[in-house]
Design a protein around this ligand. Structure first.
Ligand code: ZN
Ligand code: ZN
Length: 379
């Protein structure tokens, strides 16, 4: 009843054995607000509630009663100013906070008396007034006076819990193990200022990246926040490379672009002629520019190349994926790039068109030696 959990995929092993349950442990982080997959991941597959079972599509379609329209329907149910006005009150914010805490503990919703007891309001009549202001957009109420968070209620309550709107986190520089891709010195540091993490080189003064990171991420990971920051953003890039906005799930448009002049200024001359991957969401306005190579870290060909050499591509952080990556511009109009990864003479080439589609993949071994690769990775 309380929404959001992974369905349990029932996969019969053969005709008459018992069913086996699977669930996905994948957690895909989100940059600025909440992490829904984390929540539902925690609740995953351990409960075998029949109504959450995901049935094969064919059986649902075959029963003939399911009305499947080709397009989603949508309507605006509130002005943003009205929706947020309902939140401008300490008691109501407290209710959402209590709901977020209790929702995990109940299958039937939270009762009026539970919410009232958790509040600091003196009279139940006064409390009822505030509660009613949330019903509709943020809370759903059933006939038995049980309350549940709506989708919007969960979104806003979690966003507030992350501290995105209320907390500012600064963190002094932390030295990173990887060397600077520009000057080669081991002098990179990550620093957080007002919930934005910057990775820069203290030797050549170049800034490698600046990206937002939720206050909750900075606070809960402490000194190891750079690792969490790397995971967070590589998954975001992976989502965008697959056409899905990590903020709003809207459609992402991808293209190769020339670097902005300000970026060019900061780069050494050998990087003057280079292009970047650009991801744009037309729905929420999220825009990200990054090295083209970063768009392909999740490609099966890339993952298996590393695996074949006893390595894991995920061990390389996004601020320096390694000198084995090179990008060459093949065409100016339209833009096209060849991204090459080379490990111990084993060469993987991805041919990328202007829409960031990989149009060809070639792998060739020049003098590959797997045992050498494994020894190198272990060193
Ligand atoms: Zn440097
Ligand atoms: Zn978006």
């Amino acid at each position: 009843m309380t929404a959001e959990r992974w369905g349990i995929l029932r996969v019969p092993e053969d005709e008459d054995t018992e069913t086996k349950t699977y669930f996905s442990p994948d957690r895909i982080p989100n940059m600025t607000t909440e992490d829904e997959s984390d929540e539902s991941g925690r609740r995953s597959g351990l409960e075998s509630t029949p109504e959450t079972t995901v049935e094969p599509v064919s059986s649902a379609a075959a029963d003939g009663t399911t009305d499947r329209s080709a397009t989603a329907s949508a309507e605006t149910v509130s002005d943003p100013s009205d929706a947020f006005q309902a939140l401008g009150n300490e008691t109501r914010m407290g209710i959402l906070d209590t709901m977020l805490e209790r929702t995990d503990e109940t299958e039937t919703g939270v009762t009026f008396s539970e919410l009232f007891e958790a509040s600091t309001v003196d009279t139940s009549a006064g409390f009822a007034y505030h509660l009613e202001q949330l019903v509709g957009p943020y809370l759903a109420k059933d006939g038995d006076e049980h309350y549940e968070l709506t989708y919007a209620g969960r979104k806003i309550a979690r966003a507030i819990a992350t501290g995105a709107y209320t907390r500012r986190v600064d963190h002094p520089p932390i030295s990173l193990a990887e060397s600077c891709p520009f000057c080669g010195e081991q002098s990179l540091a990550a620093q957080a200022t007002d919930n934005v993490v910057a990775v820069a080189c203290e030797n050549c003064d170049r800034s490698l990246l600046r990206l937002g990171f939720p206050p909750s991420g900075l606070e809960s990971h402490g000194e190891s926040f750079p690792d969490a920051f790397d995971r967070h953003h590589r998954h975001r890039l992976g989502l965008m490379a697959e056409g899905v906005c990590p903020e709003c799930s809207g459609e992402i448009s991808s293209e190769l672009v020339r670097t902005a002049p300000s970026t060019d200024d900061a780069l050494p001359s050998e990087f003057e002629e280079h292009v970047q991957a650009a991801f744009d969401c037309e729905v929420c306005g999220t825009e990200v520019r990054c090295p083209v190579s970063l768009a392909f870290l999740d490609r099966p060909e890339v993952v298996s190349l590393y695996h074949d050499h006893g390595r894991n591509v995920r061990d390389r952080p996004i601020w320096n994926v390694g000198h084995e990556w090179t990008e060459t511009i093949l065409s100016e109009e339209p833009l096209a790039v060849r991204v090459v990864v080379e490990l111990e003479g084993d060469v993987l080439a991805l041919y990328v068109d202007e829409r960031l589609d990989v149009v060809d993949v070639q792998r060739s071994e020049t003098n590959a030696s797997t045992s050498e690769g494994a020894a190198d990775a272990a060193a």
